[in-house]
Design a protein around this ligand. Sequence first.
Ligand SMILES: Nc1ncnc2c1ncn2[C@@H]1O[C@H](COP(=O)(O)OP(=O)(O)OP(=O)(O)O)[C@@H](O)[C@H]1O
Length: 297
Amino acid sequence: MTDLSMPPTVSAAGLTLRYGSTAALDDVSLRLGAGVTGLLGPNGAGKTTLLRVLATAVPADRGAFTVLGHDPSTTAGRQNVRRALGYLPQMPGFHPDFTAFAFVDYVAILKEMTDRAARHREVRRVLDEVDLGDVRGKRIRRLSGGMRQRVALAAALVGDPGFLVLDEPTVGLDPEQRMRFRELIASAGEGRTVLLSTHQTEDVAMLCHRVIVMAGGRVRFEGTPAELTARADGRVWSSAERDPGARAGWRTGTGSFRNVGHPPEGATLVEPTLEDGYLLTLDPSDAASASSSEVTA
Ligand SMILES: Nc1ncnc2c1ncn2[C@@H]1O[C@H](COP(=O)(O)OP(=O)(O)OP(=O)(O)O)[C@@H](O)[C@H]1O
């Protein structure tokens, strides 16, 4: 479990990054501890930008952060952050003619593993860890989408980094592959800090200890998945017809409507999901939600 009474492994304060008039990051502060933290937000919320800043791929205009005590504002500190880091970017750029082994080996060379025998042992170890030991000699273009994502995860795991940054790793995977990937992320989160950006609220509900919601470059919520779900307590109800007062409402498989918003007097309340809490947190017209989702950390 993430225990934030322990010193955080990653700590950021006031991160701000603008692209022209767009604030991709607007005064973002956060603390991450061991375990998997989910990062949710709509398209353009700033998730990828935050991950790229924390992975030292792009510098912030303002603000500061540390990873496992290393401060990337100096050259030496940045090098130490990179050594402590595994990064699975949104579009892992692998050459399709590489074999899985050759690609991960290439990443290991970039990670300064100069001893060939030790490096090859490490490449075999991480490929075994993601269950690709049997296909390590196969060319990447002959692997399925799920296997390619596992190759990218293996590359991120080279050197056993203490901080793992995963940018939408389950996008485009079928349910079975996604489930397999969840297992791998969960085991990767044992004893290390993982920040997982995703559009899948299910991923967050099933595997994260903590969740951060971003929108418009700002952190809108930070807490546990149960706390995010609880934001929709008393806000989801069923009805025979679509309730015109609902923020969202749809007919379910049973024929009744499921509504999210402010229920009318006497409504039949139903159990909320994490997705309901997430949607209400994002709703700018929802005053109750907006005020209590303010993050002070
Ligand atoms: N290199 C760039 N140049 C200009 N604008 C950018 C650049 N990178 C990001 N942005 C803008 O910054 C904002 C945040 O983008 P970002 O990719 O971080 O969002 P996101 O939450 O990861 O979105 P998605 O879920 O679609 O990946 C968006 O408005 C985006 O258009």
